[in-house]
Design a protein around this ligand. Sequence first.
Ligand code: ADP
Ligand code: MG
Length: 263
Amino acid sequence: MSEHAAAMPVSADEERKGPEDEVAVDIVDMNKWFGDFHVLKNINLQVRRGERIVVCGPSGSGKSTMIRCINRLEEHQSGSIIVDGIELTDDLKRIDEIRREVGMVFQHFNLFPHLTILQNCTLAPIWVRRMPKREAEEVAMRYLERVQIPEQANKYPGQLSGGQQQRVAIARALCMNPRIMLFDEPTSALDPEMIKEVLDVMVGLANEGMTMMVVTHEMGFARQVADRVVFMDAGQIIEQNKPEEFFNSPQHERTKLFLSQIL
Ligand code: ADP
Ligand code: MG
């Protein structure tokens, strides 16, 4: 598994990179409310191109909401979010532009159950990128090979294991050639024996230089690939540090408590 995952190509086009887009995601003084509930409080977070960020924190701390704000699955109310140089506003054109650059993988895979694996992978490239069907299928098969399930291409999601479905979800996101990948607890709905096959794919992606923000409690993954671990609690970023410092000398009491509970 790992050697195939490691062979995964860089999805962002080299020629699209440049010094001016050094910062992939820039969140400044961002706040979000659900009604009266202040769910994200003054979030400041910068993700550089090629950086791998792991986000962790107790359940309900706002991790999913923060990640979902980045591709406008949730709307923020103040401050700014700039993705790949494009500021997220109500402008639908900008939202589409950003969504084209940002791949998202969810806890529950979110594959279309009535479409085959191949159709799941070609849908967005055909309809959003206007890619010819044949080409979209070639691209999809390439990524399905990279995640080691080309033989499943004509099956339906319900016929696959959880680990296989999550690998399809990753392949599907990669088919759009995203510059940034967001993962929201991609392994937490999986049986233990399937976690590794998904993490291996993610490690391969990280090794190829993909910019990644990963909400996970897989601290082995964090130690192995994260450039930075961000700890959230009650809607705030409490601290962030390189994995070694984060795990060996957490600064905040709340971080210590959290780590003592999960490690
Ligand atoms: P996490 O991913 O860290 O577990 P979430 O971002 O899912 O946290 O949720 C943060 C808080 O916001 C929780 O208290 C949750 O109940 C609340 N919340 C999440 N989504 C909604 C929503 N659509 N409407 C109202 N409250 C929400
Ligand atoms: Mg969550």
